[in-house]
Ligand binder design. Structure first.
Ligand SMILES: NC(=O)C1=CN([C@@H]2O[C@H](COP(=O)(O)OP(=O)(O)OC[C@H]3O[C@@H](n4cnc5c(N)ncnc54)[C@H](OP(=O)(O)O)[C@@H]3O)[C@@H](O)[C@H]2O)C=CC1
Ligand SMILES: O=C(O)[C@@H]1CCC=N1
Length: 271
């Protein structure tokens, strides 16, 4: 258990997923986490669970050791204006999960030499299965280790170069949606060939989970595992080739490239 207090500024999808993941992993108690958003009434359930909740970002920052920035890129500058008077550069660490905003962007906008580490988790953080990419331009090793160990308790984390953070956003954060859509499509196919929708979805999701685990647990390559499924003249290769003729791999690759391009231009420095 860490003794530190965390303020999560912007408690929406990812901010709340992070808070829930940290508590589920027993790394923090709800009482050690302050959640903020402007519509604070939407956090009432969390307040009943013991989290501190407020719309006052500056007050949340005043009592925090770790400050997580989790608003949308277009909401960041206003938030930084609000909290600037209460920042204590010597003792506080910023973790930004905001896409397309560099550590230097934050220091530059604040005009302060704050310690900033970027983390790009995904929503599976709520259940301890995030793939989180971590990057910093000049954070000290102790803080980097602290952030890494924090995200390791809620999934798997790797440290990458900061210039790859927009790519990490597309592959890992947006990626959850891409794989979910694939599973949804598989379940729709399943319904068309005879299963009730809820059964088809469960069957598709468990099949996807098994496929991912084959790669992770056996450290094998997708094509190696695909070769084991595709019997000669069989039904798998027939279905797979039909999907490829319709651009399956190409659609995924193009989508990821477009997401990465977009992730790089989400933030406008002037606000
Ligand atoms: N969703 C995801 O899977 C991932 C998102 N990210 C990044 O995380 C960030 C948040 O994304 P996401 O959670 O999806 O977005 P949401 O819109 O769900 O969350 C943003 C939250 O910020 C709150 N907010 C806005 N302005 C302020 C303010 N001035 N003070 C306090 N709270 C504020 C909003 O609530 P209210 O309007 O009530 O203030 C809202 O709850 C983005 O920058 C995104 O790029 C990163 C990885 C994954
Ligand atoms: O769609 C978005 O912009 C955010 C960033 C990563 C996931 N969701």
């Amino acid at each position: 258990m860490q003794a530190k207090h965390i303020a999560i500024l912007g408690s929406g999808n990812i901010g709340l997923s992070l808070a829930k993941g940290l508590v589920k992993a027993q790394q923090y108690q709800p009482q050690q986490i302050t959640l903020t958003r402007r519509n604070v009434a939407a956090l009432n359930d969390l307040a009943n669970q013991g989290y501190q909740t407020t719309a006052d970002n500056a007050a949340a920052v005043a009592q925090a050791d770790i400050i997580v920035l989790a608003v949308l890129p277009q909401q960041l500058n206003k938030l930084l204006d609000e909290i600037k008077p209460n920042i204590q550069t010597e003792k506080q660490l910023f973790i930004s999960v905001i896409s397309g905003v560099s550590c230097e962007d934050i220091r530059q906008y604040l005009g302060m030499d704050v310690q900033v580490i970027r983390a790009m988790p995904n929503t599976a953080i709520a259940i301890g299965h995030s793939m989180t990419c971590i990057a910093a331009d000049r954070a000290d090793a102790e803080n980097l280790q602290l952030v890494k160990s924090m995200f390791d308790t809620v999934g798997i984390s790797i440290q990458i170069n900061e210039e790859l953070m927009t790519s990490a956003t597309a592959l890992c954060a947006c990626g959850v949606a891409f794989f979910l859509r694939s599973i949804r499509a598989a379940s729709q196919g399943g319904t068309e060939i005879g299963f009730h929708a809820h059964d088809a979805l469960k069957m598709a999701a468990q099949t996807a989970k098994g496929a991912a685990d084959l790669l992770l647990q056996l450290a094998s390559h997708p094509e190696q595992e695909i070769d084991k499924v595709t019997s000669p003249k069989g039904c798998t290769i027939a279905g797979l080739n039909e999907m490829e003729h319709n651009g399956f791999s190409s659609a995924m690759i193009k989508g990821i490239k477009l997401s990465a391009d977009k992730a790089g231009v989400l933030y406008k420095k002037e606000g």
